[in-house]
Each structure stands twice: as C-alpha cells, then as structure tokens.
Design a protein around this ligand. Structure first.
Ligand SMILES: C[S@@+](CC[C@H](N)C(=O)[O-])C[C@H]1O[C@@H](n2cnc3c(N)ncnc32)[C@H](O)[C@@H]1O
Length: 258
C-alpha cells in the first residue's frame, strides 16, 4: 500500500518550516525559467495574491520581477515566521488565512499564484469559489506544481518511487480545470516548464536528506532510509556532476464574466 496523502494534513510548522528553504532551494536556472513563465500574466498586473505563500520566496520575487503588490496568505505561523526573516519588500504583505476563506475583498485582485499549494487544499471547491470572489473579471489563477498523471519527468521520483505514489494522489490537470470551470474560470494555457533543479546528485541528496517535501515526509522512515542511502551512494560515485532536470506544470485559468 502506498502512503496515503490527505489534503490539509501535512504539518508546515516545526521542521518543515525550518528546513523548507534549504530543502526546496530555487536554483538560478529555476528562477529564470519561472520568471519567463509568469511574465506574460503578471507584469505590472496590479495586486496579486500568493495563496499558501509559505516562506515568501515567490511573494518577494513577484514584487521584484513584475512591479506588483503581493499579498501572501498563509495558514502556518511557522512558515510566516520564516517569511518575516527572509527579507522585506515595500510591496509585499503577509496575512494568516486559507485558500478556502481568503481575507481579501471582492474583485480586489488581478491575479493569484498557487505554487505547490493546490493539492494541500482540503476544500478545493471553496478555494475556487473564493478565487472567483476576489479576482477581477479577466484575472488569472496560476497553478504551479505537479499534477497526477504528469510526473514522468521529475528526477526525485526516479530515486524515491514511494514519493511518486504519494504525488499520484494529487489532483489531475483535467479535474482542476473542470473544478475551476464550475466557478467561472476558463482554461487559458498549460506550460510544461523545464528547470535545472540542482547541479548534481550530491546537491539533490543534500536536499532530500532534509525531507522538506510532502512526498518524502509521507514515506515510512524505513523506505526513506533505504532510498536515501542509495541516492547518497549514487552521488558519491558521481565523477562528473549530473544536472537534475525536472519538468513541472504551470496551469493558467482566466476568470470570465459571471
Ligand atoms: C509546498 S508549500 C509551498 C509554499 C510556497 N507557495 C512556495 O512555493 O514556496 C505549501 C504551502 O501551502 C500552505 N497551505 C496548506 N493548506 C493551505 C490552504 N488550505 N490554504 C492556503 N495555504 C495552504 C502550507 O502551509 C504551505 O506553506
């Protein structure tokens, strides 16, 4: 039996908050490719909500890259505490809250980013309804991450197949598009974004050791130890650094008139 993924049950306080930025660092290449992917939708867009903003890394980047005002909405105090230490930007604000009940006004925003968040939302229908309420007509929802059934080009899963079995329980792209269609959003685009996540297997092993990832956290300690040891051996025998290349999705949905 694969480990069971339960939306809303992963603990983002404590060790996950402490290790998140090291375990999930964004390489220079990742920054460049994601900036290019977001750029058509966010440049000088106005006010943007970063739903599940975590440690605030994308909130800060969006404000810097696109000259937007960013409101980061994040339920875990531990993640918000790290965000408060990460750096400040005059156009970035954080608030406690959840996707299902956004602490934001009606039609007050031009766009929403959900980066590696949508699968965590326990009531996804409520989140789509809330996004419809807070976005202006024509506003975009950008969903960054991995969808079930589209996981073939993620290197982590070559080394941790049990983690892939967790990720296969995430929503599919088709279900996500259909869910948002119920609440007045139309499909605009899906981009396959190819990033160099790390420069070597050694760097990958240094990250996975921290288990700052839902799919690794849900593995049993025994199977994690076996897979991590095998990755460490592969990393130790690397004569040339092997770049770790992954493909993730960016789904773009557009709010249409009611
Ligand atoms: C994998 S982290 C992603 C953080 C950030 N978006 C990033 O890409 O760096 C997932 C975040 O979603 C948050 N989260 C979980 N359930 C949520 C919900 N119902 N509404 C909003 N955020 C939620 C978690 O607390 C956590 O900070």
């Amino acid at each position: 039996m694969p480990p069971t993924f339960v939306p809303g049950a992963v603990d983002y306080e404590g060790a996950m908050a402490r290790d998140f930025n090291a375990g999930r660092a964004l390489s220079a290449n990742s920054l460049a490719v994601w900036r290019a992917a977001f750029e058509p939708y966010l440049t000088r867009a106005g006010r943007v909500v970063d739903v599940g903003s975590g440690t605030g890394r994308f909130a800060l980047l969006l404000a810097e890259w696109f000259e937007v005002i960013v409101i980061g909405v994040e339920p875990a105090r531990g993640m918000r505490d790290v965000a408060a230490t990460l750096g400040k930007h005059c156009n970035v604000f954080y608030v406690g809250g959840r996707a299902e009940q956004l602490p934001l006004g009606r039609e007050s925003l031009a766009a929403a980013l959900l980066s590696n968040v949508y699968h965590h939302i326990a009531d996804r229908a409520a989140s789509a309804r809330e996004l419809k309420r807070v976005l202006q007509v024509g506003g975009r929802v950008l969903i960054r991450g991995a969808f079930a059934g589209r996981l073939g080009e993620i290197t982590l899963f070559d080394h941790f197949p049990e983690a892939k079995a967790v990720c296969e329980q995430f929503p599919t792209l088709e279900d996500t598009v259909a869910r948002f269609a119920e609440f007045g959003f139309e499909f605009e685009a899906v981009k396959r974004v190819v990033q160099q996540t790390c420069a070597s297997l050694k760097e990958l092993a240094d990250r996975t050791r921290l288990r700052a990832d839902t799919t690794l956290v849900l593995m049993t300690n025994e199977s994690f130890a076996v897979r991590q040891a095998a990755l460490e051996r592969a990393a130790a025998s690397e004569t040339q650094p092997t770049p770790v290349i992954d493909t993730l999705d960016l789904l773009v949905l557009r709010r249409v008139a009611a």
